[in-house]
Ligand binder design. Structure first.
Ligand code: PRX
Length: 655
């Protein structure tokens, strides 16, 4: 029996929780599945009618005429910032919308009414001072501070398209994204705090804008830590001063259901990062609906997702989803182990957090670093625990379940991607019996299946492709500026009934209960601490080092990070003959990676090898490199290699 299929224990939903849950048992779940099966469009139309405050109702639920560019809720008009703020003002004006805690312990509560004013003033500022119009792109390079949410919602209010770049990316990575999106405005902060110390962001923007960014007219700077930074007159403006001069009301722009809402760059198996485009109605509908079903947040609950707004989890499950449903969402600037490994548990106690959503890497880290920390705090407010971003190993899962959830909280292991906009495969906390390390079943309306290339369902225990075989409202609409790549990346691997279907890039497997276990990426994408990276991108960065002739990067399983970056480097002959200390080169190569991408992509291992295993046609056989990195015996056929002896030569360099 494969490791993934070994019989796992099953845990039932907490009875008293289930009684009050939106989906209370598997019968209710199956009814919804059936409803979607019988009338797919009707199922979605009903949800869209119920959940969205339409400015103008939609005329057609789904238009497939330009597949795979599907259109949802065609003809409808709405405004996402209205959906997230204005419509709550009658009932929830004094309710906390965002609770912010800074790294140093500074706290701020922003009510829905305050959020309304902040977003309206910001929207006016962008429109009036910076001439941002509907369809303009705004790059946001901010830390985890409430202003990040204000900026996103202000863009949504006036119809501008935001593109958030994670604050850990380097100037080069930021520049690529600015240029690709042709952004008119960049929003950043002087800096922020990490591990108790200030760090700077603005200089990274200055560096990025040095070359090729003529599209950027202005830079707007949030003062977060008042560090001494330089300002370019006529280009750089301070947000905190200007925003106070603006009018606190700004009419929300009526947006078409299919107008773009945001871009978010993510890694693929080839080439540069892709600007994943999400549009208005379908995205916000699913963000809200999954908040309700998967976290089952109630009116007086406090919900906390620890992600960064620079990733899709932060978009959908810190800002858009919680605010669309009128929930209270916590935003935390810092890291899990500063000042100590009890920080998060202390915050759960302090804010009486009811739903807590984090990544397996963090769970593993806290398990290791702070085994006894949780016992010091009262975590009894918790009802639902979530995990996302990478497969969770059963050990970490059990610790999360037993120690953090005291055996009474359901764990929702949510599988989804930047491209899916929201959850796809996940337990429902009041209904689905759960198993450690298993994402369980597709959510109602999401037709996720494990299939072969012809769309045939894989039998129990056999690995297959995780595909979504019908279009869904929150799906990626396009890759910004590259529709061809959109089609080849997602709709060229598998077909069903002769029609291309969406392939996620992940492998998966059914168990005897029809549950789906994710087995990991099947393409050249690796997942380091929940950060998705293309090996091609890291290779391109390393290749910029003057001494490097050739490079191949693979992922290596890592107990803490899930995977780590493992690079095989062939040096130029003149260097190889006269090789400086390996350790120096290792450091230099990591410096190049940090400069080109950011510290998140640094290699744990850099091995200097005499050549790479290539076929006669010049293709690198990465499977062999993955096996060597794992220390596995090579069972693959190496006879097709141009030089089969290279395998043992590489092995001897790695040991
Ligand atoms: O490989 C899957 C993994 O993360 C990838 C998506 O990465 P990204 O677009 O950055 O979005 C991360 C947050 C949604 C997937 O292709 N992944 C995500 N969730 C899980 C997962 N792998 C296993 N189990 C999950 N729950």
């Amino acid at each position: 029996m494969s490791e993934e299929l070994q019989k796992k224990p099953v845990f039932m939903p907490n009875r008293s929780f289930a009684k009050e849950a939106r989906i209370k048992n598997m019968c209710e779940y199956r009814d919804l599945i059936l409803e979607a099966e019988e009338d797919y469009e009707g199922f979605w139309a009903k949800l869209a009618d119920e959940k969205i405050d339409w400015i103008k109702p939609f005329e057609k639920t789904l238009d497939s005429s330009q597949a795979p560019h599907y259109k949802w809720f065609v003809g409808g008009k709405l405004n996402v910032s209205y959906q997230c703020i204005d419509r709550h003002l009658d009932l929830r004006k004094n309710k906390a919308a965002i609770i912010f805690e800074g790294e140093l312990g500074d706290k701020k509560v922003i009510t829905y009414r305050e959020l309304y004013y902040e977003v309206n003033k910001t929207a006016n500022l962008l429109k009036n001072r910076f001439d941002i119009k509907k369809g303009d792109r705004v790059v946001i390079y901010l830390p985890m501070i409430p202003e990040a949410a204000f900026m996103m919602l202000a863009c949504a209010r006036i119809g501008a398209i935001h593109s958030i770049v994670f604050g850990g990316f380097s100037a080069e990575a930021l520049r690529d994204r600015i240029i690709d999106a042709e952004a008119k405005l960049v929003i950043t902060s002087d800096g922020a705090y990490r591990r108790g110390k200030p760090y700077l962001l603005k200089p990274v923007v200055d560096e990025a804008l040095k070359e090729g960014c003529e599209c950027v007219k202005k830079v707007l700077i949030v003062q977060r830590n008042n560090e001494d930074i330089s300002y370019v007159p006529g280009r750089d403006y301070i947000y905190n001063e200007l925003v106070e001069l603006e009018n606190p009301t700004c009419e929300p722009e009526p947006m078409d259901s299919e107008d773009p809402l945001f871009l978010l760059y993510t890694s693929g198996s080839t080439g540069k990062p892709k600007g994943v485009q999400h549009n208005q109605a379908g995205y916000i509908l699913w963000a809200q609906q999954t908040m309700e079903w998967v976290f089952d947040v109630k009116e007086n609950d406090t919900y906390w997702c620890t992600a960064d707004v620079g990733w899709i989890t932060g978009h959908t499950y810190i800002v858009y989803g919680p605010l669309a449903m009128g929930a209270t969402t916590i935003m935390f600037e810092g890291v899990p182990i500063y000042p100590d490994a009890g920080r998060w548990w202390r915050m759960i106690e302090e804010y009486k957090v009811n739903q807590f959503y984090t990544a397996p890497t963090a769970i593993r880290l806290l398990h290791k670093e702070g085994r006894d920390e949780p016992a010091k705090y009262d975590l009894s407010s918790l009802k639902v625990l979530g995990t996302v971003g990478e497969p969770i190993n059963p050990d970490a899962w059990m610790w999360y379940y037993d120690v953090i959830g005291s055996g009474k909280c359901h764990i929702v292991d949510t599988w989804w991607q930047t491209e899916t906009g929201g959850h796809v495969v996940s337990p429902l906390p009041g209904a689905t019996p759960i198993k450690p390390g298993c994402a369980t079943l597709p959510l109602p309306g999401m037709i996720a299946e494990v299939v072969d290339e012809n769309g045939n369902k894989k039998p129990v225990g056999e690995k297959g492709l995780l595909c979504i075989t019908k279009p869904w409202p929150s799906m990626i609409r396009d890759i910004w500026g590259d529709s061809e790549r959109f089609k080849t990346s997602y709709f060229s691997t598998a077909k069903k009934d002769g029609k291309p279907i969406y392939f996620s890039g992940d492998g998966a497997m059914y168990d005897e209960d029809g549950y789906i276990t994710i087995t990991g990426r099947v393409d050249d994408v690796i997942n380091v601490s929940g950060h998705r990276m293309g090996t091609a991108e890291i290779e391109a960065a390393i290749a910029k080092h003057q001494s490097v002739a050739e490079v191949a990067v693979v992922g290596r399983p890592n107990d803490l990070k899930g995977e780590s970056v493992f690079a095989y480097v062939v040096l130029k002959p003149e260097v190889a003959d006269n090789m400086a200390e390996e350790i120096e080169l290792y450091k230099e190569i990591n410096k190049v990676i940090t400069k080109e991408i950011g510290p998140i992509a640094k290699a744990d291992d850099v091995k200097f090898v005499p050549g790479l295993p290539k076929t006669r046609s010049g293709k690198i056989m990465r499977r062999i490199l993955r096996s060597i990195a794992k220390g596995e015996e090579i069972t693959q056929d190496v006879s097709t290699l141009e030089d089969p002896s290279i395998v043992s030569k590489i092995q001897s360099c790695v040991i």
